[in-house]
Design a protein around this ligand. Sequence first.
Ligand code: DC
Length: 238
Amino acid sequence: MPKIVIAIDGYSSCGKSTTAKAVAARMGYGYIDTGAMYRAVSLYFIQEKVSLSSHRDILMALENIHIAFKFNSRTGKNETCLNGLNVEDEIRKMYISNIVSEVSAIPEVRWAMVAQQQQMGRRRGVVMDGRDIGTKVFPDAEVKVFMTADTYTRARRRQQELLAKGELVNLDDIISNLEKRDHIDTTRAESPLVQAPDAMLLDTSYMTIEEQVDWVIELADRRLAELHRKRANKVLVK
Ligand code: DC
């Protein structure tokens, strides 16, 4: 069976990573959370007081940033490591969400992250979620999904997620953070968030996680069957 790339792009907090993680587990594929990579860069920039307006400082900082995902058998989760340290919990906090869109709009940051993501998925067999996977990182992805949900639903989901980690954040603050990030993500000059022409739209406003996962798996199964048929036809023609 050939292995494919499943690209899941879309707005913040519409269930991309939860869906992508579950799809990867069911298919026996790797999962790459590209948002976590931009969050790790943001954390490093804050810790090292890197000026976002200094081209030179940014390039120097990027040289010193090493991001990896390590599987934690205790939690059963892939955790983000920045220069060898587990930063999985830290990068999900609000102070990172407040600067990550600005950091991820910096062209040098994007070039460095896109190159690493392409390397991580070079053997295919991955589910990758982000904002530019189907348009920039893997424009040849066999399955492309563009996820969306209404802002209120997304904000409630984010609030629950933060609460589960002990961070109580006002709903209005989350809504304004989401709206600000949507604006920066969709209007930046470098790889803005747009639906790829060949991506399938998935509105998760009224869907459960299970329904979202089934929807993507069905799409992937159809695509795999199509590839299988094409290969078989080629063999017959030969
Ligand atoms: O998916 P997330 O909310 O963790 O992503 C954090 C930020 O990173 C988001 O505001 C936009 C940015 N991002 C991006 O620009 N490109 C990606 N491929 C993934 C995330």
